[in-house]
Design a protein around this ligand. Structure first.
Ligand code: GAL
Length: 447
């Protein structure tokens, strides 16, 4: 066993959530529609046909939920700002009530001794901007720049810790190539443009925060997954390399000033480079982040598969391989978190790593008011142990933020996939702390 004290006194212990997944109140106080409002209205896009409201009603219950975060022993609260509350049309008119809401939320965090970590973009683009091309449009740089400027000018005196983007590979691939997330597009050219615009926005956003907020601590987050070849055959190994580029390297490498990855015979990348030749932005893609956020939800195993376009790789699922997995079928492999931390650290140039999300969905059973989610407890135990190992080996891991405080709207999975430390009855909004929540509390108060 290990203790929280072993991570050091300055280690950052947090919980994370996002605006769209928690707030609800879609039409309240002048909020404009986001791409997820529209997407969820299309039949079949969200598994349980649900909408991102009322979600956890966080817009009205934030005080209670912050008390829960505090009560469980956390000292960091990570949340995102809904762009559609601040700028209902994405550009133009600023909505004073939206501005006021985040002032109240930040003030309440500070009052309780919770340090706010604010994510500027966690996947909920204003619908009005999607009509103009969304992340596939070059204008996003101008639109996002304005949003970042407004947020940092408003809150920069109180908030020092800023996260520019949440998982750019997540929202560009799921939203513009695979069609599983809003805005539901499946188009290679849109995907490549979205990648480039997001990579630029990540760096430009960082520069804006730096110029406006004194003593800012600026980061951005990356999804990552260790990619293993199914066999040692050269074709499988090459397939794993291609998937690794897509899942792990596309955004960190330009941020570090290396430009986009190169790989012989990977046509998708060639296309990206062809566009980038015209763009010639390698320098603008670079930004000296104070920290990076690592979000590692699963490891994957792939093999060569000629029928899959562009990547020529397909996944052999954890269930098929009979290895431990979550209720979403995601491979559980804590050692693989350790290896991912090492991979990002070995680039050189990364100053600090925060595990800005970590958590899992297992089927919870509420029995007589108790949720004994032992699998989730084991999960946190193992993943924290891997983080501690990385730290002891000299990798500068500075924090761990659990995903997530309360069960919430899990994107296209709807409300079924519950990641919370606190159970939510979505009919009554009743909160019940799961045993994993109590486990965290014990872990953190005995520091
Ligand atoms: C992340 C995402 C979160 C949350 C989590 C669990 O990729 O940033 O919003 O949904 O996955 O699936």
């Amino acid at each position: 066993m290990f203790t929280a004290a072993e991570f050091g006194n300055d280690f950052l212990w947090g919980v994370a959530m996002s605006a769209l997944q928690n707030e609800g109140a879609p039409d309240t106080d002048g909020r404009g529609p986001s791409i997820w409002d529209s997407f969820s209205k299309l039949r079949g896009k969200i598994k349980d046909n649900s909408k991102p409201w009322p979600a956890c009603d966080f817009y009205y219950r934030y005080k209670d939920d912050l008390m829960l975060a505090k009560g469980l022993g956390f000292t960091i609260f990570r949340f995102s700002i809904s762009w559609s509350r601040i700028l209902p049309e994405g550009t133009g008119r600023v909505n004073k009530e939206g501005i006021a809401f985040y002032h109240k939320l930040i003030d309440e965090c500070l009052l309780l001794g919770l340090t706010p970590y604010v994510t500027l973009y966690h996947w909920d683009l204003p619908q009005a901007l999607e009509k103009e091309g969304g992340w596939a449009s070059y204008h996003i740089l101008k639109w996002f720049g304005r949003f970042v400027t407004i947020c940092t000018e408003e809150y920069g005196d109180k908030v020092k810790d800023w996260i520019v983007l949440n998982e750019p590979m997540g929202f560009t691939s799921l939203g513009y190539m695979l069609g599983k997330h809003a805005p539901g597009k499946k188009n290679l050219n849109l995907f490549l443009s979205a990648i480039h615009n997001a990579a630029l926005a990540q760096a430009e956003g960082g520069r804006i925060v730096r110029s406006i907020v004194s003593k800012a601590h600026i980061g951005t987050t990356f999804s990552c997954s260790e990619v293993m070849p199914y066999t040692n055959k050269p074709a499988d190994v090459a397939a794993a390399r291609r998937v690794d580029i897509l899942l792990n390297r596309m955004f960190i490498e330009p941020a570090l000033g290396r430009g986009y990855p190169q790989e012989e015979g990977f046509i998708l990348l060639d296309k990206l480079h062809m566009q980038n030749k015209a763009w010639k932005y390698t320098d603008r893609l670079k930004f000296d982040f104070d920290f990076i956020g690592i979000q590692n939800y699963f490891a994957i195993t792939v093999r060569h598969s000629p029928i899959i376009p562009y990547v020529h790789a397909s996944e052999i699922k954890a269930i098929t391989r009979k290895v431990p997995h979550t209720a979403l079928g995601w491979e559980v492999n804590a050692e693989s978190l350790y290896r991912m931390l090492k991979k990002f650290w070995l680039y050189g140039g990364v100053k600090e790593i925060i595990i800005s999300e970590g958590g899992a969905y297992f089927k919870d059973k509420l029995v007589n008011g108790v949720i004994n989610d032992i699998e989730r407890i084991q999960y946190f135990n193992d993943y924290l142990q891997a983080a501690l190992k990385a730290k002891k080996k000299g990798i500068n891991v500075k924090g761990y933020f659990a995903w997530t405080l309360t069960d919430n709207f899990e994107w296209n999975e709807g409300y079924k996939a519950r990641f919370g430390l606190v159970h939510v009855d979505f009919k009554t909004q009743l909160r019940t702390i799961k045993n994993s929540g109590y486990w965290w509390r014990n872990f953190l108060i005995h520091k």
